[in-house]
Design a protein around this ligand. Structure first.
Ligand code: AMP
Length: 190
């Protein structure tokens, strides 16, 4: 079993690359952002809790997010591995993921970061916002708030995974297929 954490700032291309990698390596893709958006659209209790945070570009509280992630993992007992996209985003989430996977005899195999410059990504998100319908992609102040959340709460995960010798980074700028190739080279060497 291989469990990959796809890591990177909003707009770095995690979702796009996950679509290719899940097929190539036969992995179960879990995007916490997608699960939250699905719940929002369907007006579930979880969606109502998440909405206020998502609208402001803030992280949904850890307890809510961790419970949701665990429920998603439990839906796939026979998988060959997971591709986590947008999770974990805080040290608490990473610790909870380690503990949860370990309770099943599993572990995070590697974390792979898609690296890109903030200014390039802000432009990319504003472009995406024109067609994605995502409120959090349409307002530059909200986008910048998501980057502050990332720098404050998510960036410390780099040291967390480096300490476990599980952190890998690839250049996230370039043609989509080229970036898939860079990510695949890391996965093939695991
Ligand atoms: P994303 O599609 O990954 O950019 O996520 C969109 C929004 O969903 C984020 O701005 C957060 O409000 C929420 N979200 C997604 N994943 C997480 C997470 N792991 N922890 C907390 N909030 C999250």
């Amino acid at each position: 079993m291989i469990n990959i954490v796809l890591f990177g700032k909003p707009g770095a291309g995690k979702g796009t690359q996950a679509e290719f990698l899940k097929e190539k390596y036969n992995l179960t893709h879990i995007s916490t952002g997608d699960v939250f958006r699905y719940n929002l659209k369907n007006g579930t209790e979880l969606g109502k809790i998440a909405q206020g945070y998502m609208d402001k570009g803030e992280l949904v509280p850890d307890s809510v997010t961790i419970d949701m992630l665990q429920a998603e993992v439990e839906k796939h007992p026979d998988t060959k591995g997971f591709l986590f996209d947008g999770f974990p985003r805080t040290i608490s989430q990473a610790e909870a993921l380690d503990a949860f996977l370990s309770s099943k005899g599993w572990s995070v195999t590697a974390t792979i970061a898609l690296e890109a410059d903030d200014e390039v990504l802000v432009e990319r998100l504003l472009e995406r916002g024109k067609t994605s319908g995502r409120a959090d992609d349409q307002d530059e102040a909200k986008i910048r708030h998501r980057y502050r959340e990332y720098n404050e709460k998510t960036a410390p995960l780099i040291s967390y995974y480096e300490a476990q010798r599980k952190f890998h980074a690839v250049d996230g700028i370039g043609p989509i297929a080229e970036i898939t190739h860079r990510l695949s080279s890391v996965i093939d060497a695991l």
